[in-house]
Design a protein around this ligand. Sequence first.
Ligand code: COA
Length: 150
Amino acid sequence: MSKIAIKIRLMKVEDFTAVVRIDEKVTKASRADYYHMKFETAVQSTDHLPTSLVAEDQDGKLVGFVIGDLYVGEYGITQKFATLETIGIDPDYQQQGIAKQLITEFMNHLRDLGVRKVSTLVDEDNAKMTHFFKANSFTPSKTINMERSF
Ligand SMILES: CC(C)(COP(=O)(O)OP(=O)(O)OC[C@H]1O[C@@H](n2cnc3c(N)ncnc32)[C@H](O)[C@@H]1OP(=O)(O)O)[C@@H](O)C(=O)NCCC(=O)NCCS
């Protein structure tokens, strides 16, 4: 359990500014364009089911979020695979189990929608995120991310 009482709910378009603010605090970079793109898919698109969640404190302040992606086909059939695109917890609220609660809710929600597997991409050198996902029962996948530089 987290030290503070939090409420978890589905992400709304109005959460954009607070999500970008948390990401800026966490990554020390401004990624508003990235989040514009992510919100279009995760929150506004009719081809994707809403899966993204936010955590609020008792005063309604947004303290964390998880963005997922679940595509539904032409006939409204939910895919068996979803992705966890990004997760962020306000540094002032970390180490209190909030991310764990968000992931648990996120996974339960996806399982209820019929999803069988959730994947995410983590930089091999990012020990903090690798540790975090392993601690939350994610295991390295057999798929290798291939790339070619110019
Ligand atoms: C990784 C991240 C999501 C973790 O968020 P968090 O809310 O601190 O995570 P949790 O609190 O659930 O777990 C973190 C640790 O706190 C511990 N913890 C949980 N509740 C606790 C409590 N009440 N008291 C003390 N410790 C606690 C957990 O056991 C865990 O310990 P561990 O690191 O030894 O495994 C957060 O640090 C973050 O946003 N990082 C940046 C993410 C990022 O870079 N995103 C962009 C790319 S995806």
